[in-house]
Design a protein around this ligand. Structure first.
Ligand SMILES: NC(=O)c1ccc[n+]([C@@H]2O[C@H](COP(=O)([O-])OP(=O)(O)OC[C@H]3O[C@@H](n4cnc5c(N)ncnc54)[C@H](OP(=O)(O)O)[C@@H]3O)[C@@H](O)[C@H]2O)c1
Length: 251
């Protein structure tokens, strides 16, 4: 594998959209650094990495809610290469063992707000802080945060889902800020927020209607649509929020 080939980092690659983006980038010949909280239990990701070998894919431990692990992953990554062409923050949380999105105000819980904000909002910002140095080069590169349309304040017509919506809205503000600040130092860097649509992963599983067909995108399609956006984006697109079909979403 040619070490001059483009390198991507997929943050949140143990499963879902992040795992599938990793697979597709590897199939396209990219070198991929795939991060996940616990590599020891991420068997699907380890299988993908083992199949292509350590020259093309490496797995790094990174929990976005623990800044130390973000810094350590960046140091370990620096031993492999000094530049990135693509970084995608895909990790996200909508529900857990003892919580789901709030339907009404009485269901709001501070512990859930903290957890969801730590992963969805603060996580991508901390990754930017520790991985900025890999974008200080002159070649085209993309830094993308996987957001959600429900994080658009202008598009909120239904209410509810306080933690998830607000964490993605905060993430969107961080994305906008990063596009401005990083744009000053990394002149060829395109910073984006993207909405993948509803994709068939564990995150969306509890919300599939019991009756009628499953209309969610397959994970293969969900991932390939995002990768197409990253391929097509230009510097003029930096600081924008795009849906899976390339249409722009109001922040
Ligand atoms: N699927 C959809 O319909 C949909 C729609 C709109 C937006 N999105 C967004 O798309 C992104 C990917 O979602 P998905 O559908 O692929 O979800 P998923 O299948 O549930 O995967 C979520 C990923 O986030 C990781 N993660 C959770 N907490 C983490 C932490 N503290 N540190 C690092 N990684 C952590 C998980 O790792 P573990 O395996 O370690 O838990 C897993 O890899 C998310 O940001 C989500 O909000 C998805």
């Amino acid at each position: 594998m040619d070490s001059r080939r483009p390198t991507a980092l997929i943050q949140g690659a143990s499963r879902g959209i992040g795992l599938e983006m990793t697979r597709q980038l590897l199939a396209d010949g990219w070198r991929v650094a795939a991060t996940c909280r616990t590599p020891a239990t991420a068997s699907a990701l380890r299988d993908v990495a083992t199949t292509v070998g350590a020259t093309q894919c490496r797995v790094f431990a990174l929990d976005v809610s623990e800044e130390d692990t973000v810094g350590e992953a960046a140091s370990d990554f620096a031993e492999w290469t000094d530049r990135l062409s693509l970084l995608v923050n895909s990790a996200g949380v909508l529900h857990g063992e003892d919580f789901g999105p709030e339907r009404r105000l009485s269901q709001v819980r501070p512990d859930v707000l903290h957890k969801v904000f730590a992963v969805n909002a603060f996580g991508p910002l901390l990754v930017a802080k520790h991985f900025e140095r890999f974008f200080l080069h002159k070649e085209r590169a993309v830094f993308a945060n996987v957001s959600a349309r429900v994080g658009s304040i202008g598009d909120n017509h239904a209410g509810g889902w306080y933690a998830y919506r607000a964490s993605k809205a905060a993430q969107n503000m961080f994305t906008k800020g990063l596009s401005i600040e990083l744009g000053r130092r990394a002149k060829s860097l395109i910073v984006l927020a993207v909405h993948p649509g509803t994709v068939a992963t564990e995150l969306s599983a509890p919300f599939v209607p019991r009756r009628g067909p499953d209309t969610r995108f397959t994970v293969e399609r969900g991932a390939s649509q995002l990768l197409e956006i990253f391929r097509e984006a230009t510097l003029e697109d930096s600081g924008k929020f795009f849906a899976w079909d390339g249409s722009e979403i109001v922040w």
